[in-house]
Design a protein around this ligand. Structure first.
Ligand code: GLU
Length: 431
């Protein structure tokens, strides 16, 4: 199961079905993506070689509005993964009540092995491949793993070249200069930090000095670490592909951030080779220990935040987990088998479709500003993000408490499935 994210998503839906007020026929419909396009992408690399890549765009459901979801560049991308991620986008946009459906795109590639020029060519070729199915009113891509504002700029430019005029609204997560919104880059991490604060309020626990382990120090993990550190929590461990850094007294998140921003690996940071200047000579910070990603997951901490890939909390390691709460910054980090064990052990899990919704919420705010041809200051964007994710959190808790549901994921799924199913019922079946 852990290696088939689509099966995992279906199992999550099945788990919620018995509690959701959804017609069984509509429910069955929701298990199938509307469509998936597969594209072949020949690219002449800077080395002179031609490499043929494979990409996808899955449009899962559009009952509630235009398709929405990111594009990921990663060696483990597959059609099934993209379809699972598009399903999760559908439940996410419904849960946080955005007027969108769900989609996802991906290209099978190892970005570390590609030059900037290669990446630009690949992005443009992929955009050409999917351009007939995207558009400001149809399907709006955004960044995901290994894609960023520059990737969105290339996508926006390619799409606009074919249209003959600038169409900023076709993608979100753009650079500010071409219609991006302040606050989008850190939005997912900010959302993760906000829901962690809300969870502690709900559990009547103090976040100050609570220990936090974050698997993954990319855009989401690093921003969540910084914001949680600022709100007084104690980030004791974090990792990247090279390994993890652990200090029970807390990591120097600012120094670690500077090191990684400069292109450094966590492994090098722990070894002290390239330790950034922010922490150097400051006696408050001890040298962190080197641990593995697997060890990070089983640390005895107050909160574990998986912020990397899918399927990391499984039947194999769930019994070793010692965190008292989990906030899912990644999409699909927990398998259904592990989920059941966590529920039995009373470990609260803030599910991905709530915990990492900050990104798509601010994408929506960007899209709205583009439509209005008007721009908002950062304070307005952050306040609206906080209001929207806070409302979704409160609604999920209310559903959990009043409906006597087994866990927060089931509560979130029942809300999302009911909202999406209602949209289908009102619209009816065509023709
Ligand atoms: N890729 C992000 C996610 O998984 C953001 C999607 C978007 O902004 O459309 O939620």
């Amino acid at each position: 199961m852990a290696d088939d994210p689509f099966e995992n998503m279906l199992a999550q839906m099945d788990r919620a079905e018995e509690y959701a007020d959804v017609d069984h026929g509509v429910f069955e419909r929701l298990k199938h993506p509307e469509r998936t396009l597969k594209v072949t992408l020949p690219v002449e690399l800077e080395s002179g070689e031609v490499e043929v890549f494979e990409g996808y765009r899955c449009q899962f459901d559009s009952a509630r509005g235009p398709f929405k979801g990111g594009v990921r560049f990663h060696p483990s991308v597959s059609q099934r993964e993209v379809e699972a991620l598009a399903g999760w986008m559908t439940w996410k946009t419904a849960l946080v009540d955005l007027p969108y459906g769900g989609a996802k795109g991906g290209v099978i590639c190892e970005p570390k092995e590609l030059t900037d020029r290669d990446l630009e060519r690949l992005t443009r070729r992929y955009t050409e491949g999917i351009r007939r199915m995207i558009g400001p009113e149809v399907d709006v891509p955004a960044p995901d793993m290994n894609t960023n504002p520059q990737t969105m700029a290339w996508m926006m430019d390619t799409y606009s070249m074919y249209e003959g005029y600038s169409v900023p609204q076709v993608v979100t997560g753009k650079p500010l200069e071409i219609g991006g919104t302040p606050g989008r880059v850190e939005a997912t991490g900010r959302g993760v930090s906000l829901v962690t604060e809300r969870l502690f309020e709900y559990l009547d626990r103090d976040l100050t000095d609570a220990t936090i382990a974050i698997q993954g120090f990319g855009n989401v993990g690093s921003n969540a670490a910084r914001l949680l550190d600022e709100s007084g929590a104690n980030v004791v461990a974090t990792s990247d592909v090279s390994g993890a850094a652990y200090d029970p007294d807390g990591l120097d998140v600012a120094a670690l951030g500077a090191h990684v921003d400069a292109g450094g690996l966590i492994e090098e940071y722990v070894a002290g080779d390239l330790r950034g200047s922010a922490g150097e000579g400051d006696s408050r910070w001890d040298d962190p220990d080197a641990i593995t990603n697997a060890e990070l997951l089983t640390l005895d901490v107050d909160v574990l935040i998986p912020a990397a890939v899918e399927g990391v909390i499984t039947a194999d390691n769930v019994d070793d987990l010692r965190a008292s709460a989990i906030v899912e910054a990644a999409n699909g980090p927990t398998t259904v088998a592990a989920d059941k064990a966590l529920t039995e052990r009373d470990i609260q899990v803030v599910p991905d479709i709530l915990a990492n919704a900050g990104g798509v919420i601010v994408s929506y705010l960007e899209w709205v500003q583009n439509a209005q041809e008007f721009s908002w200051p950062l304070e307005t964007v952050n306040a609206e993000l906080e209001r929207r994710i806070g409302t979704a959190f409160d609604e999920t808790i209310e559903q959990y408490d009043t409906e006597g549901l087994p866990d927060l994921r089931t509560a979130a799924y029942t809300l999302a499935l009911e909202r999406t199913a209602k949209a289908h019922e009102y619209r009816g079946l065509f023709p």
